[in-house]
Structure formats: structure tokens, C-alpha cells
Design a protein around this ligand. Structure first.
Ligand SMILES: Nc1nc2c(ncn2[C@@H]2O[C@H](COP(=O)(O)OP(=O)(O)O)[C@@H](O)[C@H]2O)c(=O)[nH]1
Ligand SMILES: [Mg+2]
Length: 396
């Protein structure tokens, strides 16, 4: 990967990391790019920098527009997660959006009806997931322009998951191939990697902190520290999920690839015979065996009832209900946290200072061996758990 960058390039990289405004970032990244030797080993890095530059330039234009009061491409997150629709024009994104949410998007039957992203909320049991309707995806091979799609890619990158819509009345395999191909060129993969590294840089961390939800293969925690320090990153929280290598840690520094969990809807199945639908599903599953592909019709509503549940599943979240020690009823609103979270993680979300006074917790629900099981900070929680936290503070 990029381990052998000259000192000059690393120094310039630091300038980029420290850049605050979009303009500064663009300038720093251009400087960095000019000092990166171009060869096989830096190919991915160079491609990444070019993409990042084109995204930043889009962002700059975008913010100028926003300041001018024009419509914006940025959608503020609400609910437990943001899911962005992704698909060709007329595939039925807006129709699905209307069928799944409380909001209304225009459907005319004419291509390019949706010009700007539009948010709505999808109900799933006791939580809400935000769904964003979007302008259509146009394959790079057709548009011949990266920058046209850069804003859409920016939306996808900022999302927690994607809902990909395929039109079953035209070549759905080709649609999926093009979507996955262009997303991957933009650094977004739909296949879950074996491991994942997330680096949050902030002075607030005072040092390099590692949160290991998995393991580092071929290296130690100290190696990770040294690697980050060689990039002059001294304060960061490094989250490690699954199995990752030092190489993966370094890639994460450059945000080389991000994984977006995705559900695929094969839409307009009301217009096809069930054999034709089955055939397409088989072919699509061959292209992407790791994706959930659901046949549906936005018009009749068939197949839509399971969509919220699939979205919740791929987001890998759990709902935990807190209970006050002396109360019978748990909170109505759940704490929604990543799957694999422990009691310690939950306490941090509820009130970090409780950690200092933590005595034990009691658990009711799926992760409890018996109702009211007494557990420590490292107990792993499940969706639907009720948790009561006991501290050394009197009365709490
Ligand atoms: N028969 C049928 N038509 C659909 C379905 N979903 C969308 N359409 C039609 O396809 C056209 C494009 O739909 P729209 O939601 O605007 O697609 P978008 O461009 O992806 O947002 C409209 O005429 C819709 O009525 C479906 O499941 N079945
Ligand atoms: Mg639309």
C-alpha cells in the first residue's frame, strides 16, 4: 500500500489532515498529490486522491450554492439511521419512497423527475429509519462524467446504508453491475469486508486509543500506534472490527474504501411472470451472492412489508431499553446502538460518568441467562434487552 511514501509526501499529508476549510483541503491535497511518486504501489492512493479532490470541488460548489440560498444536496440525518435510495431513472425510487414513508415525492413517469434529495421516515416497530429519495444514478460509461455523479456518491458515502432499486422490466443484471462498478470506483463497496477500521481523529482523545471489537493480524497495538504516529496522528480513537491488518489501518487513514450495507429491491415485478422474476433473482444473486435481493412492486405494495426489517438488519443495530432501579417499566424509547455493544458501551451512551461509579447491571431479555441476570461491563447486549444500571451513587 502506501507505506513507502517519501517524508515530503507524509508531511504534506499532515497538512491535508489539518486543513479546516474545503478550499484548504483542496489545496493541500493537490500539493500532496504532486509529491506522491506514481507507480503500481501508489495506484490506489492516487486514484483515491483524485476522487477525493473531485468530491471536495463538488462540495465547494455545493456550499457556495447553499450560501446563495439554492437547493442543497446535503440531507441532515434523523431517526436511527439514514438510508439512501440508489437506482436508474424510472426504476421506481420515488414510488417506493412514497410507499415506504410518510413523505411524498413526485412521480410523473418522465425521466429525471427527482432533481434533489428528499427525506422521509420509515417506521420499523418502535423506531424510525430515515429514507432519502434521490436523483437517478447515471453510469459513468453513459454520462462520461464523474463529477455529475459525485454529489450522488457523496450522498451515498454519507449514508448509513443504501437501498438499491432495479427495474425488472429492463436488464436488471446490467443495472446492478454498473451501480456496483461505479460505486466501487468511487471507493464504496457493498460487500462486507472481513474486518474494518475506523479512525476518529480528535484532540479530545489525548493519545491513540484502540477499541478492539476484533483483532489485528500480523501486528500489535504498538505497531498501530507507531504507524499512526509516522503520519503524525497522535490523538485518535481507532476502532477495529473483525480481522484487520496493519495495511487496513493505513488504508483507513486514507479512507480508501468504505463499506455500505445494502438491500436491493427488484421492482415492478407486477409486470412480469413469476418465472421471469425467479430467473432474474437467480442471475442477480450470482452477481452479488452477499446481497439481500427482494422482489417487490411499488405499485401493488407486494414485497414491501419486509423492507423495514431488512433495513434494520443490515444496519446492524440493537435496541436497548433502560430501566431505573426502582421502576417497573423500562423506557419506551430504546437506546439504538451498534450490534456487539457491551454494557460498557451502553453506559457510555447513557451517561459516561456512570462508568466511574459502576457497580453492576441487571439484564432482562434475549441476552440474559435468566430475567434480571447480574452482569459486568463486558457483557454483550442483544436487540430487545432491558438494562438496569447500578452505581455507587446513592439512589441510582
Ligand atoms: N407497474 C409498475 N410501475 C411502477 C412501479 N414502480 C414505479 N412504477 C412506475 O414507473 C415510473 C417511474 O417511477 P418513479 O417512482 O418516478 O421512478 P424514479 O425515477 O426511480 O423515481 C412511474 O410511471 C411509476 O408509476 C411498479 O412497481 N410497478
Ligand atoms: Mg424519482
Amino acid at each position: 500500500m502506501v507505506t513507502n511514501l517519501p517524508a515530503e509526501a507524509r508531511a504534506r499529508w499532515v497538512k491535508y489532515l489539518e486543513a479546516r476549510t474545503t478550499e484548504e483541503k483542496i489545496r493541500a491535497l493537490e500539493d500532496f498529490l504532486s509529491s506522491v511518486p506514481k507507480h503500481k504501489g501508489t495506484e490506489n492512493l492516487v486514484a483515491w486522491v483524485r476522487r477525493k479532490l473531485s468530491e471536495l470541488r463538488e462540495e465547494l460548489e455545493e456550499s457556495k450554492k447553499r450560501r446563495g440560498g439554492g437547493p442543497s444536496f446535503f440531507v441532515e440525518k434523523h431517526g436511527v439511521a439514514q438510508v439512501v435510495l440508489f437506482g436508474y431513472t424510472l426504476s421506481g425510487k420515488s414510488s417506493l419512497f412514497n410507499a415506504l414513508t410518510n413523505a411524498r415525492s413526485r412521480v410523473t413517469g418522465l425521466p429525471y423527475t427527482t432533481m434533489f434529495p428528499l427525506p422521509g421516515m420509515v417506521n420499523y416497530e418502535d423506531i424510525q429509519i430515515q429514507l432519502v429519495d434521490t436523483p437517478p444514478f447515471v453510469p459513468e460509461a453513459v454520462s462520461g462524467r464523474v463529477s455529475w455523479g459525485a454529489r450522488l456518491v457523496g450522498l451515498a458515502r454519507n449514508a448509513d446504508a443504501l437501498l438499491i432499486v432495479l427495474d425488472s422490466t429492463s436488464d436488471s443484471v446490467e443495472q446492478l453491475r454498473n451501480i456496483m462498478g461505479d460505486l466501487e470506483n468511487a471507493g464504496i463497496v457493498l460487500r462486507k469486508p472481513r474486518g474494518r477500521v475506523q479512525i476518529e481523529r480528535s484532540k479530545a482523545y489525548s493519545g491513540i486509543r484502540l477499541a478492539k471489537m476484533g483483532k489485528i493480524s500480523g501486528g500489535t497495538e504498538d505497531d498501530v500506534r507507531k504507524l499512526l504516529e509516522s503520519y503524525r496522528v497522535f490523538n485518535a480513537l481507532v476502532k477495529i472490527y473483525g480481522e484487520v491488518s496493519l495495511d487496513d489501518v493505513e488504508k483507513a487513514l486514507f479512507e480508501a474504501l468504505v463499506y455500505k450495507p445494502s438491500v436491493v429491491i427488484l421492482n415492478k415485478t407486477d409486470l412480469l411472470s413469476s418465472e421471469a422474476v425467479e430467473r432474474q433473482l437467480r442471475e442477480l444473486r450470482e452477481v452479488a451472492p452477499y446481497l439481500q435481493i427482494l422482489p417487490a412492486s411499488a405499485t401493488t405494495g407486494v414485497g414491501l412489508e419486509v423492507v423495514p426489517k431488512y433495513l434494520f438488519t443490515i444496519l446492524e443495530l440493537i435496541r436497548v431499553y433502560t430501566k431505573e432501579p426502582n421502576s417497573k417499566e423500562p423506557s419506551r424509547e430504546p437506546l439504538v446502538i451498534p450490534k456487539g455493544s457491551t454494557v460498557e458501551d451502553a453506559v457510555k451512551y447513557i451517561r459516561e460518568e456512570f462508568l466511574k461509579y459502576f457497580k453492576y447491571a441487571r439484564i432482562w431479555g434475549p441476552s440474559a441467562k435468566y430475567p434480571g441476570e447480574k452482569v459486568g461491563l463486558d457483557h454483550v447486549l442483544s436487540d430487545g434487552d432491558v438494562i438496569e444500571i447500578r452505581t455507587h451513587i446513592r439512589g441510582i
